[in-house]
Ligand binder design. Structure first.
Ligand code: ADP
Ligand code: MG
Length: 711
């Protein structure tokens, strides 16, 4: 019944009105009653306990104190800056209440010498505690207000706080909402799910999330609402995926022919790991169906994704189609080009590379060969996306290190394949394989990349010695340098990496150059040769430096994180990371993955100063404890939350109302399994018992399509 009421514009709620309505819309996206109802607290505070002033501690959680204001004054500080300070006392001492903004109406609303309850966070200055922007309630009001033991705290913004929409005000609005709607809300999950999972009804869940009667009731409400949120997202993701498989045709690569077989039987440079074999099979089956492949290939650094890409491209070739491989940097594209040319040298296929620095003449040949079909595999950077690059029949697009490319670029590649003549002009997109070394826990990956299928290489090639990782302080540099000299003496090469952070490029470059100069003094010519690599160099210079290092002409490579992605130089056995505390865990792991690629024992040395934050310490400990990318990703998730997981370039983080994709992974998995089971049995949600599902689903997708969840 309440559906219509929930569509009511928020300003009509008693106590809101046009001004607050505008604020709620702008600051919190609350336009209608329904939005307010689904605006959930982000935490709860135990308000059964009252503190005395002499019990206060610095900066613990919010506390409440009973007492009275005995004096109010305005204090000037700095230029034209004022703050409002009130003295608050109880029978054990006195403290200060401070406001930096909104003085006029606050001053008017404060009452002297009346018993009230203040609520907020305390900090100490000298011997006095103060509470900034406290919530204040007269004792008489306080006793009357409908307040549960667990006090909800709603997300807020500075503007809201300054304009007087405190948590208490939101709480009152919520009470009003429940009065006007009579606290009756439609059930949104089918009975059998509620029974099977022992969920509480929607009504009870909504009531207890806003006005929890007890911690236990709150926990039940949270579980029910989190499950529901994740469940409907999964339902949408899975449905979308089913539709894609149904609707988007792909070129059916039915043959596995001479190119693939010849390579597999005669030219494999090593035995594939079981994980590689399994993944090649998954890709083969996927490309062999009538649907387009859209697959994410996850594998830790060094797990051997490149050869999987090649074998997939050979299948395309066997079916008469061209392939391309796109890499995020010129260095990487070159490396792929060299590696794939080497791997396929006996196969008699035409592979070329196209980057920003490809000369016009070579470019022209590439364009021609692409269009007449004589070019089989094209490797390159973003240059592949240019309009001039037209394939005769692109059958497979491989994208390496996917987190550097956005969804838009992926879709540009889709359009590169020409209409298949046999299909009378119907556009059939190429199969897409995106490869990433960013280890994302599987359930999380399924939620983040719901539109992709996932293959995982979870096994490293045999014979690799685990990289030994140590953490050293800058004060131990002499010892580290001695270690480097010993390694160079036995023929190894060394990376020394400096952080590069976008905002402070020039400063970082200075760090790098200073480092380079001091390293050059400590490792002088002619005994030692040093390479340098950074983002400000021209591509040709970078490649030349990279080449010198790869050929063993230099002993040390001093670089910024340009080398982070994919570079493969097996003789490099030591990775030194300077200012390691400035890197995130996944980046540290990626950097470490540059060594340990040969048969020799490799080392990673994390250099930091003695000043380390708690997170910094955890990162160093994690790195020295494990080489397992997935374990590292878990810690990273806990430290940073999923929003930062893949760095700033990454898009595709779910924008959730109540569930937390990291903390609620178990619920996510449960929700996904139920969604899968239900759709497998009744994909159009047509069975009578699924009527609620279908109605809610349609309602949700109308309002909030899955892509709105993905920011
Ligand atoms: P990544 O997954 O990081 O892209 P690569 O494809 O660059 O890894 O492979 C890393 C190294 O491991 C390369 O030198 C490659 O030749 C080697 N390699 C890959 N697969 C195997 C295997 N099954 N056995 C032995 N070495 C392998
Ligand atoms: Mg790679």
């Amino acid at each position: 019944m309440q559906q219509n009421l929930l569509e009511t514009s928020i300003e009509y709620l008693k106590g809101v009105g046009p001004n607050r309505g505008t604020l709620l819309r702008k600051e919190l996206g609350i336009h209608k009653y329904g939005h307010l109802l689904n605006f959930f607290p982000n935490r709860y505070i135990d308000r059964t306990r009252y503190y005395k002033i002499n019990e206060l501690q610095n900066n613990v959680a919010e506390v409440q104190v009973i007492g009275k204001i005995i004096n109010i004054k305005t204090v000037e500080f700095g230029k034209n800056q004022k703050r409002l300070v009130a003295t608050f006392v109880d029978d054990t001492g006195q403290m200060e209440l401070v406001w930096f903004q909104g003085h006029k109406w606050i001053r008017e609303s404060l009452k002297l010498n009346e018993i009230c309850v203040i609520f907020g966070k305390c900090t100490s200055f000298g011997n006095t505690f103060n509470m900034a922007h406290p919530e204040i309630e007269l004792m008489t009001e306080h006793q009357q207000s409908l307040r549960s033991a667990m006090q909800p705290v709603y997300p807020s913004t500075e503007t809201l706080a300054n304009r007087g929409i405190s948590n208490r005000v939101i709480n009152k609005m919520m009470q009003q909402l429940f009065v006007e709607t009579q606290a009756k809300f439609s059930e949104t999950l089918p009975d059998y799910l509620i029974a099977e999972l022992k969920l509480i009804p929607k009504n009870a869940a909504l009531f207890n999330i806003h006005f929890p009667k007890s911690a236990e009731a709150l926990a039940k409400a949270q579980f029910r609402l989190k499950f529901e949120e994740l469940f409907y997202i999964q339902l949408q993701l899975i449905t979308k995926n089913l539709i894609r498989k149904h609707k988007i045709k792909g070129h059916p690569f039915t043959k596995v022919g001479d190119y693939f077989n010849n390579f597999y039987q005669n030219h494999l440079p090593f035995e594939l790991t079981n994980a590689q074999k399994r993944v090649v099979k998954e890709i083969r089956i996927d490309m062999g169906s009538n649907a387009q492949m859209n697959r994410l290939l996850q594998g830790d650094v060094g797990s051997g994704k490149t050869i999987v890409a090649l074998m997939s491209m050979l299948i395309a070739l066997d079916n008469g189609f061209q392939s391309c491989l796109m890499a995020p940097t010129e260095i990487l594209a070159n490396q792929h080009f060299n590696g794939l040319t080497e791997l396929s040298k006996e196969l008699n296929i035409n592979i070329k590379i196209l980057t920003g620095s490809t000369k016009t003449a070579a470019r022209k040949i590439i364009h021609e060969e692409l269009e007449n079909g004589s070019l089989h595999i094209l490797i390159g950077t973003h240059a592949l996306l240019e309009d001039k690059v037209k394939f005769q029949n692109l059958g497979l697009a491989v994208i390496d290190e996917q987190h550097r490319f956005g969804v838009e670029q992926r879709s540009k590649l889709w359009k590169k394949s020409n209409p298949n003549p046999s299909d009378e002009g119907e556009h059939i997109p190429p199969h897409v394989l995106v490869m990433t070394a960013t280890p994302i826990p599987r359930t999380l990956a399924m939620s983040l990349y719901g539109d992709l299928d996932i293959s995982v290489i979870d096994e490293l090639p045999p014979g690799r010695k685990p990289i030994q990782t140590v953490h050293r302080f800058d004060s131990n540099r002499l010892k580290v340098w001695k270690f480097i000299r010993d390694e160079i003496a036995i023929g190894r090469q060394i990376y020394i990496v400096y952080p590069l952070i976008e905002e402070s490029k020039t400063m970082d470059l200075k760090d790098l150059i200073d480092g380079y100069e001091s390293i050059s003094r400590d490792f002088p010519l002619p005994q030692y040769a040093i390479s340098i690599l950074h983002g400000k160099m021209k591509p040709a210079e970078k490649d030349a430096e990279m080449k010198r290092f790869a050929e063993g002409k230099t002993n040390i490579m001093v670089a910024t994180t340009v080398i982070e992605v994919g570079v493969n130089i097996p003789n490099a056995s030591v990775m030194i990371i300077e200012n390691a505390e400035r890197f995130g865990l996944s980046q540290l792991h990626q950097l470490r993955g540059r060594v340990g690629r040969g048969a020799e024992q490799s080392y990673c040395i994390l250099m930091t100063s003695h000043k380390l934050s708690a997170d910094g310490k955890t990162r160093m400990e994690t790195m020295t404890r494990t080489n397992d990318g997935f374990e590292i990703a878990e810690v990273d998730l806990k430290l940073r939350g999923p929003g930062d997981l893949m760095g700033t370039q990454q898009s595709g983080v779910l924008n959730l109302q109540i569930a937390d994709i990291v903390r609620d992974r178990d619920i996510l998995e449960l929700a996904r399994n139920y969604a899968l089971k239900i759709l497998k049995d009744d994909a159009p949600m047509q069975k009578p018992e699924n009527a609620v599902l279908r109605a809610t689903y349609i309602e949700l997708t109308k309002k909030k399509n899955i892509w709105n969840y993905i920011s």
